[in-house]
Design a binder for this molecule. Structure first.
Ligand SMILES: C[S@@+](CC[C@H](N)C(=O)[O-])C[C@H]1O[C@@H](n2cnc3c(N)ncnc32)[C@H](O)[C@@H]1O
Length: 219
């Protein structure tokens, strides 16, 4: 199924205390997002997906899929013929995602996996997305995640990262300053992205929650 393999390239990577367990409050998470987007969560998702360059027939992987909202929105863009897979480290988020996709009658597979060790074959996906995930990943593991994304993407495939960026003093939105969000700067991943095998790297601010995007094409 979905060209899965039992172990990713980084199978030896220990999911120890330095790895994170993810988010465990799916209902509250969806509610928070609805509040932060002022009830416009759908428009938020569509704007993010516009940056993904999705097309019918594409294979999409959403890493750190959470409650599946974006995977579900994306599914419609890759039809006919495409597929969407979501992975997350939190079983509770995955359970919520499966329920949501089930209610929508959509065939989207949600798997338990760490971004640093993806259980998929090389070169399988056309697009990989990380929406507000990398700020949760400990700094030392971020390059590993980018290399895994490069591995599972086909040459010419696109990686789209959405997260917080820029000097904290210049961040207008409260969400962009808070906790791990405030400590993270997406644009610092430009060099690691190039080192992981991406080119045509570009990024910039979004109109949502003080977020930025950074994307690149797999060489
Ligand atoms: C802020 S939420 C974003 C969820 C979803 N992408 C969205 O846009 O609504 C971050 C998600 O990343 C997951 N996560 C954190 N670290 C991860 C990792 N190393 N691998 C996979 N998922 C991870 C969390 O469990 C959580 O569901």
């Amino acid at each position: 199924m979905h060209h899965m393999r039992s172990e990713g390239r980084n199978a030896g990577v220990e999911i120890g205390p330095e790895a994170n367990k993810g988010i465990s409050f799916p209902r509250l998470y969806d509610l928070l997002l609805l509040m932060l987007t002022r009830g416009r969560d759908r428009a938020y998702r569509e704007d993010l997906l516009d940056l993904g360059g999705l097309a019918p027939g594409f294979q999409l992987l959403d890493v750190g899929c959470g409650t599946g909202t974006q995977a579900i929105a994306a599914w419609h863009r890759v039809q006919p013929g495409g597929s969407v897979v979501g992975v997350d480290v939190s079983e509770r988020m995955l359970a919520a995602a499966r329920r949501k996709a089930g209610r929508a009658g959509l065939d989207i597979a949600f798997h338990h996996a760490d971004a640093a060790d993806l259980p998929f074959e090389d070169g399988h996906f056309d697009v990989v997305t990380f929406t507000t995930v990398l700020h949760m990943v400990p700094e030392a593991r971020r390059s590993l995640c980018l290399r895994e994304a490069a591995r599972v993407l086909a040459p010419g495939g696109r990686l789209l990262l959405i997260d917080y960026a820029g000097p904290v003093s210049g961040r207008g939105h409260m969400s962009a300053k808070h906790g791990l969000h405030g400590q993270f700067d997406l644009h610092r991943l430009r060099e690691p992205l190039a080192a992981a095998g991406f080119e045509r790297i570009e990024g910039g601010p979004l109109d949502w929650l003080g977020l930025h995007f950074l994307r690149g094409i797999r060489v």
